[in-house]
Unconditional design. Structure first.
Length: 538
């Protein structure tokens, strides 16, 4: 099982190419040998702090080489890494620290995108009795300017006595706790051992070409999320150089891609939209081999088609904290429209089993029929931390109940449509809101649209929120009239409202349009209509 430890990823690179560049950040290159030494030093420093098997240590850091150094160092000690989203604030940070039982928190100060001192000041230390210390990373003089309720120290691994002990960690024990979304309730903590992380990283490296000569990854995504971290681990095992952005900036990302010959990048649809807009002309990124994206905000199709025509190799992806990001990717051999859909072929190939179940009858569905995706694969999580009931409900027979709507293709791949909570049961049919959104986008004056279901007179009905183009050509009544002629009656929106923007929530992978908040907005507007009608009648 030695090959299933995270340290094996580093050892393979170190033995093959010790002086080759592993990471680049702010113009500074870190070789494989230097990276390995940093991991040894960090392990020694953490060991001196008393960190050992089973201890939870939280990382609340922007992207950096130290993030991966600390992950590997904690894994060597058999400890558990608890990533914290750098967008989180006091309530969310306190919840994750408490739920994980983290005894140590490593963070940073003095960055405009992470006011750790200010956020921690709003947390009552009495609610986190297990948290013993806060450690500042890359802040040699920052402790004096960092007021804190807990004992405060500075990460100084170079001063630790390196013993160079063999990695005796258990690759089957929990190594990391990823957070689920938590949009409507407290997030669950998803347990992955080193084994699933390493196995999946190897499959991704081979399946996505990050083991090919001169491969270079740009980290546009936060390492605190499964999407960002899985891509970095795949690059690490594949031998690719990792170019690090501490936080995403489209103009900087475009410059880094050109300067370092970036071949691989992963991000949200909005990230790639901004990136493409930064660089005009054909083939803006001539070294690009694979750009994988997840659709998080709005329909990306038309703009993505333009990007592909400009030589950007965009591919739809699928993943989650439970089955890991980059679980599947669409093949470049597909027609562009199919290639840009979520889903694809699993990285685990035939070792992954995917089935689709009817959410009402419980029956398994044939190819092409939409239902809930259920997944069993070598990279699946091993349960939710301290929540055996939720673990059993999510995997009653070894298959993970994803909560996602999708369908199987004839060739063994699959297509992700939406979250089941976003799908609508209309007229007895399960309807993906994107079907109705696509029809509305074809109408005059529509810039963007999101459709949700609202309860109207006791029945679920579709309603639409539209961002209209500034030319003033949008007319809601005319759109509804045309839709009555082109789509089934149960798909015609009962209401269309014009809005300036869509509500968004911050996640580890960036901002996502919140259909939960849109549904709340819709119900509030319907309730207001009923109140106005009652008042007028009275």
């Amino acid at each position: 099982m030695d090959t299933m430890r995270l340290s094996s990823l580093l050892q393979a690179r170190l033995q093959a190419r010790p002086e080759e560049t592993a990471f680049v950040q702010n113009g500074q290159c870190v070789s494989n040998a230097a990276f390995a030494e940093r991991v040894e030093q960090a392990s020694a420093w953490l060991r001196e702090r008393g960190v050992g098997p089973g201890d939870a240590v939280a990382l609340w850091l922007l992207n950096s080489t130290e993030w991966i150094v600390l992950l590997l160092a904690l894994a060597r000690l058999g400890a558990i890494t608890v990533p914290i989203n750098t967008r989180y604030r006091s309530e969310e940070v306190a919840y994750l620290l408490g739920a994980s039982g983290a005894r140590l928190l490593l963070t940073q100060g003095g960055h405009p995108r992470l006011d750790a001192a200010g956020i921690l000041a709003d947390i009552d230390p009495a609610g986190l009795p297990q948290l013993r210390e806060v450690v500042l990373v890359n802040e040699p003089a920052g402790a004096a300017l960092f007021p804190c309720h807990w004992p405060l120290s500075v990460f100084a691994p170079a001063a630790a006595e390196v013993l160079r002990q063999a990695d005796a960690s258990d690759p089957e024990k929990v190594a990391i706790l990823f957070s689920t979304s938590g949009t409507t309730k407290a997030p669950k903590l998803v347990m992955h051992p080193q084994r699933t992380l390493v196995d999946h990283a190897r499959r991704c490296a081979a399946g996505l070409g990050m083991d090919q000569p001169d491969a270079v990854l740009l980290t546009m995504l936060p390492m605190c999320g499964v999407f960002g971290l899985n891509s970095v681990l795949a690059a690490l095992v594949g031998g690719a150089t990792v170019v690090i952005q501490d936080v995403f900036d489209a103009h900087q990302a475009a410059a880094l891609m050109r300067a370092h010959g970036v071949t691989h990048a992963f991000g949200s649809d909005e990230m790639f939209r901004r990136l493409a807009q930064c660089v005009p002309g054909e083939r803006p990124f001539p070294d690009a081999r694979f750009f994988g994206f997840g659709a998080f905000t709005s329909s990306f199709g038309p703009f993505a088609q333009e990007c592909v025509e400009r030589g950007m190799p965009l591919h739809g992806l699928y993943g989650s904290s439970e089955v890991q990001a980059l679980f599947a990717a669409q093949s470049g051999s597909l027609p562009v429209a199919e290639r840009l859909l979520g889903g694809g072929w699993p990285m685990a190939g035939t070792q992954a089993d995917i089935r689709v179940r009817d959410t009402e009858t419980g029956e398994l569905l044939p190819v092409g029929a939409p239902g809930e995706l259920e997944i069993r694969a070598p990279g699946n999580f091993i349960g939710y931390f301290r929540d055996p009931g939720a673990s059993a409900a999510a995997m009653p027979d070894g298959f993970f109940r994803s909560g996602d709507l999708g369908y199987l293709r004839e060739d063994g791949s699959f297509v992700f449509l939406s979250r089941l909570g976003d799908a609508m049961r209309l007229g007895g049919h399960l309807v993906n809101p994107e079907e109705i959104e696509a029809a509305i986008k074809q109408q005059d004056g529509v810039e963007d649209v999101h459709v949700v279901a609202a309860d109207i007179a006791g029945q679920p009905r579709p309603v639409a929120f539209v961002i209209a183009r500034p030319d003033g050509g949008f007319q809601a009544e005319a759109v509804i009239a045309r839709l009555r002629q082109t789509v089934a009656g149960f798909k015609v929106p009962a209401r269309i409202w014009i809005v300036d923007d869509f509500p968004q929530t911050a996640g580890a992978n960036g901002l996502k349009t919140s259909r939960v908040l849109l549904r709340q907005m819709a119900q509030a507007r319907i309730a207001a209509e009923m109140t106005d009608s009652a008042g007028a009648a009275g």
